[in-house]
Design a binder for this molecule. Structure first.
Ligand SMILES: Cc1cc2nc3c(=O)[nH]c(=O)nc-3n(C[C@H](O)[C@H](O)[C@H](O)COP(=O)(O)OP(=O)(O)OC[C@H]3O[C@@H](n4cnc5c(N)ncnc54)[C@H](O)[C@@H]3O)c2cc1C
Length: 591
């Protein structure tokens, strides 16, 4: 099995040249974030990923978390790795310095997340959700709750979990039934939550659960959901841990992948009620949870990138080593990397991985600007861009990871199907990423309803204008990049046509938006990926003399993407524009 090598050079390139990190670091909030500091942080995060987390990955796959007597026992070795993670101050990386955070941009945090997820997605899920919980408490909770919980969560001394899902309430959170009954300065929470990631473990003294529940007189539906902080152990006024709260993990799921990440059934209030503290105001819980979900959605997009990267590294290694047959044009037997079809697969893997990385980092830096920009206009535009890109980053990057990790198996031939090589684990682990934090279908609905229709296509038009500006620059580079310019031209025209078509037709029948949404999202994701690859190629061309190996490969990878992936944009658009009639034509019983 190949070692994990953190692709820091490409990450730094994307952060600096595509995601505008330098501009972000000029904002007052990030004035301490020097180039040197960020480089050192990424180096160290990569070393931690390769040296501590990666060696536990297969072991965790084979020895998943278990639950006995209402307590989860995490995989052996994870507690020690987590302690090292805490000692390194890694949870704090993008967090607010007011509560002990390092205060680096979120986009740097997301690059570190990529490396930890590449090395060991099961482990990385724990801080991923913890950071989301920190964000929700910081943005919406009272000073008292912030003072009680944030420092310990940011130091990593306590972890966080996110408790939305119930047996009858998955994508449809309006169906949440857990109860919250007021009692003095707190509430008593009861109900069952399922699929709760890292809902319990023994790695820390306390776990801070963020829980969605309904108060007794709450209105029906999403307008009646409130958000609560429910600690595993209550916290005394002096900050010391008090009584065990009435919340327990009753079992963990047996899953297709991410075996070392405990996916728990959580029972709240089986005895007298779990003590919970209201975050913000009653009935606004879902809006607050969106703070956490947007963070988590981007980070799940990055999990897709991370597994694509890991699968690519392993496949490239195998292709260099495995000798099989004489490749066309060669005189003697050689490694399979000489076969054009293996090259095609490696190029697909490489270019999709780089494009999805660029999409996720650019989305994340939009939020750095949206949250910390110095003027209103700058913040407003960055927010609109970040919000448009988030469903693409989440859904497209994770859909792409299905293709890339599957190609990774294919390149290994029969050995890819054999667990020993590790290629299959990446495919199995990647499978959940298109499902949790809102499935691809849910992301696509969000893209169409909240991002396209709500502003009548305005932000999409702005994005298309940026894509066309890049296209003009690429065209001016001459023959070497002509194929890239042409692909952007066609792709932008196709997506514009699809957006206009959707805005004109979405009211035609109630099924239409849902029937075409995923094809529209895939078209948009593919095009934005191509745009960012084109921008990468422009920078690479201007720097070619500095490092021909790295920048030369960037240009070739962008050209491959333009030739072999960009044609998908028009195909997705054509599928979308076929509308909903045929999709909906069979009766339910005919399936
Ligand atoms: C390993 C794992 C970890 C998880 N971690 C957590 C966690 O930490 N916290 C937490 O709260 N939850 C967690 N979840 C739950 C996860 O977020 C849900 O599984 C997910 O939101 C989908 O809900 P569901 O499983 O009920 O599927 P359903 O909602 O039943 O969906 C089934 C299918 O119907 C489609 N569908 C449903 N509604 C619509 C719609 N309106 N439009 C179009 N298509 C639709 C879906 O796209 C999907 O394909 C986890 C799940 C797993 C498996």
């Amino acid at each position: 099995m190949a070692d994990y090598i953190a692709p820091i050079k490409d990450m730094s390139f994307v952060l600096n040249e595509l995601a505008g990190l330098r501009e972000v670091c000029e904002l007052p909030r990030f004035e301490e974030s020097s180039d040197d500091l960020i480089s050192a942080v990424l180096e160290e995060a990569g070393k931690f990923a390769g040296g501590v987390l990666a060696p536990l990955n297969v072991f965790g796959d084979l020895n998943g978390a278990a639950c006995a007597d209402n307590a989860v026992q995490q995989t052996e070795g994870f507690a020690e790795a987590y302690q090292q993670f805490v000692d390194g101050g890694w949870v704090a990386l993008p967090c607010n310095p007011e509560y002990g955070g390092m205060g680096l941009p979120e986009s740097v945090g997301i690059a570190a997340m990529e490396m930890w997820n590449s090395a060991n997605i099961s482990f990385a899920l724990c801080p991923l959700l913890g950071q989301g919980a920190i964000g929700a408490i910081e943005a919406h909770a009272s000073e008292d709750l912030k003072n009680t919980y944030l420092e310990k969560m940011i130091s990593g001394e306590w972890t966080g979990s996110m408790n939305l899902t119930e047996p009858q309430a998955g994508s449809d959170l309006a169906a949440v039934r857990s109860k919250a009954v007021p009692e003095g300065d707190h509430y008593l929470i009861s109900g069952t939550k399922i699929f709760i990631t890292w809902g319990d473990h023994q790695m820390t003294d306390n776990i801070v659960h963020l829980v969605l529940a309904r108060t007794p007189d709450a209105p029906e539906g999403v307008r009646g959901i409130s958000l609560f902080v429910v600690p595993k152990f209550l916290v005394n006024k002096d900050g010391a841990l008090g009584d065990r709260n009435d919340v327990f993990a009753v079992s963990v799921e047996h899953k297709m992948g991410i075996h070392a990440s405990p996916t728990c059934v959580m029972s709240f209030g089986d005895n007298r009620g779990a003590i919970g503290y209201l975050v913000g105001e009653e009935n606004k819980g879902l809006a607050y949870m969106f703070t956490m979900m947007n963070h988590a959605r981007l980070n799940v997009g990055v999990q897709g990138v991370a597994l694509s990267e890991r699968a690519y590294q392993q496949a490239a290694d195998y292709a260099r080593e495995r000798v099989q047959g004489i490749a066309p044009g060669d005189a003697e037997k050689g490694a399979i990397i000489r076969h054009p079809d293996i090259r095609r697969m490696l190029m697909l893997m490489r270019s999709l991985t780089e494009a999805s990385r660029a999409l996720c980092y650019v989305s994340s830096s939009s939020f750095d600007m949206a949250h910390h920009g110095v003027d209103d206009e700058q913040r407003k535009l960055a927010l609109a861009r970040g919000e448009l890109l988030t469903p693409l980053a989440k859904a497209w990057s994770t859909e792409v990871s299905q293709e890339v990790t599957s190609l990774g198996v294919q390149i290994h031939g029969g050995m890819g199907f054999i667990e020993e090589t590790g290629a299959a684990q990446y495919l199995r682990d990647a499978r959940i990423t298109t499902i949790y934090e809102g499935t691809t279908g849910i992301q696509a609905n969000d893209l169409i309803s909240r991002k396209l229709i709500r502003d009548n296509g305005l932000e999409l038009q702005r994005l298309l204008a940026d894509i066309r500006a890049t296209q003009a620059e690429v065209l001016a580079q001459g023959e070497e990049m002509a194929v890239i310019a042409e692909s952007l031209n066609r792709g932008a025209d196709s997506l514009e046509e699809a957006g206009t078509w959707l805005l004109a037709h979405y009211l035609d029948n109630p099924q239409l938006p849902g029937a075409v949404a995923v094809n529209f999202l895939m078209a948009a994701g593919t095009l934005v990926g191509g745009w960012l690859m084109a921008r990468a190629a422009l920078v690479a061309k201007s720097r070619l003399a500095e490092d021909e190996n790295f920048y030369g490969a960037k240009i070739i990878t962008a050209r491959f993407y333009a030739e072999q992936i960009m044609p998908r944009v028009a195909a997705y658009v054509q599928a979308a524009e076929s509308g909903s009639d045929t999709t909906m034509a069979l009766a339910d019983e005919q399936f």
